[in-house]
Design a protein around this ligand. Structure first.
Ligand code: ZN
Length: 475
């Protein structure tokens, strides 16, 4: 039997506010344990929460960027559960009347556009962090993260493969970064994802029994966990057994999903309206005002790159995936008016280097003017394209200006025909066989000879001049 995979994702994103959701404590990541706390976020008796207006603003902004309808009236609820990372023993969240609903994200599947529905976006507070002692026996709790504002973005079960899930997450992250509502740093927990997954016979309208996956620390892990879960559920169904509805934890090291706890029902949380906070009433004017502050989104930017810079769709897509990369590219093009050349360097050398280093562009000392100055040195003939790659690598590592790198490493291109001629004579003498081959019509032989000259000059000879002189001498 053929099965269809049904996936829904729940993403938590920390909002980029300076202070927490109901108090004035800092939201800064890290810090000594329990130093970013006050009676409000510690849930001490007698305190009252006050909503941070910036939270509403950023949440509305995110929801608009995700094409949602903003509710004119929404409210906060208490979600009760007793756990050490939650000092109040309840979390303030939104239950039946969320801030926003009915949005979508457009992803690309096999070159075709597909809309993934967004059920809802709601606001809630983050919990603290438990640190389990390595040898077991006890755990420590750090409340610095308690009360950091979150939005939860719940997708419709529209996702049909682990790959689509990855695609959706990449797009979502890009949109949240573009709209500047979250820094989306997964390594700091600013972005977290849980997944629901079930299988059903192809063509069936009814959903199968789903499991919930947790503890995935990267988008790659989400994809891998989903792939493992598809296999596991398929085996169960093929044996004629039933999948048990439960929460599973992704064990990255072993590459398997393991049971965590049976799934709570909504009534286990005993949701009820938060009596200490007024409802959130949002006017149409407010929504319009926030809408007007939304910056250009990745799709619009991509189209502008194709139109204004005459870039191929592929280039435009790669460059605009990340806002930081797109900003870097545009800063270069402002000073260096050959978008395609800049695009080649950004998509090629720069992205490759960032991938190898597993770094973001802000983590390296390279600036747009570094790249522009390097391209200008190439145009002047000071360095060849090959040397430029060496210069580029050095700039990424050290942040030195290209001219300084060229000077320090003696990388200036050799364009002196007399000097190049001398080397060519030597190469001809040392490679009589290739010379003979060329004279007998083997065009390929000249490539080998050019290579020998470049090697002798450590790649510094101007390749056009080498080619020209070599042909002259051989004919
Ligand atoms: Zn506080």
């Amino acid at each position: 039997m053929e099965y269809e995979v049904v996936i829904g994702l729940e993403v938590h994103a920390e909002l980029s506010t300076d202070s927490k959701i109901f108090c004035s404590c800092t939201t800064e990541f890290g810090g000594d344990p329990n130093t970013h706390c006050c009676p409000v976020c510690l849930g001490l008796p007698g305190v009252l929460p006050v909503i941070n207006e910036k939270v509403i603003e950023l949440a509305v902004k995110a929801a608009l960027a995700l094409n949602c309808e903003i509710a004119e009236y929404s409210k906060f609820d208490r979600k009760n559960y007793f756990y050490p990372d939650l000092p109040k023993a309840y979390q303030i969240s939104q239950y039946d009347l969320p801030l926003a609903q009915n949005g979508y994200i457009e992803i690309e599947v096999d070159g075709k556009k597909k809309k993934i529905g967004i059920t809802r976006v709601h606001i809630e507070e983050d919990a603290g962090k438990l640190v389990h002692a390595e040898l077991g026996g006890y755990s420590l709790v750090d409340y610095n993260r308690t009360g950091v504002p979150l939005i939860e973005i719940v997708s419709e079960p529209d996702i049909r493969s682990p790959e689509e899930a990855r695609n959706y997450l990449d797009k979502l992250k890009s949109i949240l970064q573009y709209s500047e509502v979250s820094d989306c740093k997964m390594q700091e927990g600013s972005l977290r994802c849980d997944a629901n997954i079930s299988l059903r016979p192809k063509g069936s309208k009814e959903f199968g029994v789903k499991t919930e996956l947790k503890n995935m620390n990267s988008f790659r892990a989400v994809q891998k966990a989903l792939e493992a879960e598809v296999k596991r559920q398929k085996k169960i169904l093929e044996r004629g057994e039933r999948v048990v509805q439960e929460t599973l934890r992704w064990d990255e090291a072993r590459g398997v999903t393991v049971p965590m706890r049976s799934k709570e029902e909504a009534h286990d949380y005993r949701y009820f309206p938060e009596p200490d906070l007024p409802p959130v009433v949002i006017s149409k004017e407010y929504v319009e005002r926030i809408k007007s502050t939304l910056p250009e989104m990745p799709q619009e930017r991509k189209e502008r790159y194709m139109k204004d810079y005459n870039l191929p769709e592929y280039d435009a897509g790669v460059l605009t995936d990340s806002k930081a990369i797109a900003d870097f590219f545009e800063a270069c093009v402002e000073k260096y008016h050959d978008p395609k050349t800049v695009s080649n360097w950004v998509m090629g050398e720069l992205l490759a280097a960032l991938k190898t280093k597993d770094a973001e562009i802000d983590d390296i000392p390279l600036t747009p003017s570094h790249l522009v100055e390097m391209l200008e040195l190439m145009d002047k003939g000071t360095i060849s394209g090959k040397i430029a790659k060496t210069v580029f690598k050095e700039m990424i590592e050290t942040g030195k200006r290209p001219e300084q790198v060229v000077k320090e490493k003696g990388l200036v291109q050799i364009t002196d025909e007399g000097k190049i001629s001398e080397i060519i004579e030597k190469v001809i003498k040392e490679n009589p066989k290739s010379v003979e081959d060329f004279k007998n019509g083997k065009e390929k032989a000249i490539g080998f000879l050019v290579g020998q000259v470049m090697r002798a000059t450590k790649g510094k000879a101007n390749p056009q001049i080498v080619n020209k002189l070599l042909r002259e001498k051989l004919q």
